[in-house]
Design a binder for this molecule. Structure first.
Ligand code: ZN
Length: 282
């Protein structure tokens, strides 16, 4: 089974994360499959708008930190940044290489796809899932969607694509990170992090209608407009801010590796999920 499904309907390319049995946890195979899908959609002149969605009950539960398909020790043909392969390296050398490519680099690349990309979010959108949704141009969420970045529990200051202070206000970003709490779709809407919240059963229709409306605009005009807004966002410090935080992020990984059993502070998918659920009162 492919990690990503790709279907074109009219002028819209639908990219669906396809590891529903693992709540669409992202392994490298998935990020490279996503990258390939974005490239196909970019090259296809018939495609005007791209939708990124998730199969199954949830949009995406984060990076793969514990499924049988976890592939952190595998090499892939690198696409996002010019750096050496991580696999035969050690410690920070290995982590920095991998995360520069597979996480930060990929998300930045997707943010620059020259066609409008709509994230269609339902259910969980946690940690690495946020990175996918945030690198899209905008987010339409169903009323059952929720967002959280609980990685501070691992002693790490947020996920690798540190857009938090830009996609919501800095005080909200601190609350989001300090508590690790789930923000509902409604709260995310109030903070300007999502564009629209709709009933679950209407989600796909609303996104389809929006994609159709956008696809009436000229392709090159859309591409330039996207670039214009992205450039403005970068002038507000997002790109440089993320670079500086990436250093703190890797300092935290290294500190964990030094004082605990591993770079994630001894927490894996199971223990993280248990603590997240406990905190959410489930
Ligand atoms: Zn990391």
């Amino acid at each position: 089974m492919s990690e990503v499904e790709y279907v074109v309907e009219g002028a819209v390319a639908w990219i669906r994360l396809n590891r529903p049995e693992y709540r669409n946890a992202q392994n490298s195979a998935m990020t490279y499959a996503l990258d390939a899908a974005f490239r196909v959609a970019t090259d296809d002149d018939a495609v005007k708008v791209i939708v990124l969605a998730g199969n199954g009950k949830h949009f995406c539960a984060g990076h793969d930190i514990g499924t049988p398909g976890r592939d952190v020790d595998k090499s892939f043909e690198r696409q996002a940044v010019i750096w050496w392969d991580h696999v035969d390296k050690e410690g920070g050398d290995q982590r920095f290489a991998r995360e520069s490519e597979v996480y930060l680099g990929m998300c930045r690349r997707w943010r620059e796809v020259p066609k409008p990309v709509i994230a269609m979010v339902h259910g969980a959108c946690i940690a690495g899932g946020l990175m996918l949704a945030w690198s899209c141009d905008f987010i339409v969420a169903s009323d059952d969607a929720f967002f959280s970045d609980p990685v501070v529990r691992m002693g790490i200051p947020g996920v690798e694509y540190f857009a938090h202070p830009w996609v919501m206000n800095p005080r909200a970003a601190k609350e989001f990170l300090f508590t690790g709490d789930r923000f509902s779709a409604q709260r995310a809407l109030e903070l300007g992090m999502v564009n629209q919240v709709v009933p679950r059963e209407e989600l796909e229709d609303v996104v389809r209608a929006m994609a159709d409306r956008i696809s009436a605009m000229p392709r090159f005009g859309l591409a330039l407009t996207k670039k214009a807004v992205n450039q403005a966002e970068d002038l507000q410090g997002m790109r440089a801010g993320m670079d500086s935080v990436f250093g703190l992020h890797h300092f935290a990984h290294a500190h964990n590796a030094e004082v605990s059993t591993d770079s994630l502070g001894g927490l894996d998918a199971k223990s993280m999920a248990a603590r997240n659920k406990e905190q959410a009162g489930e």
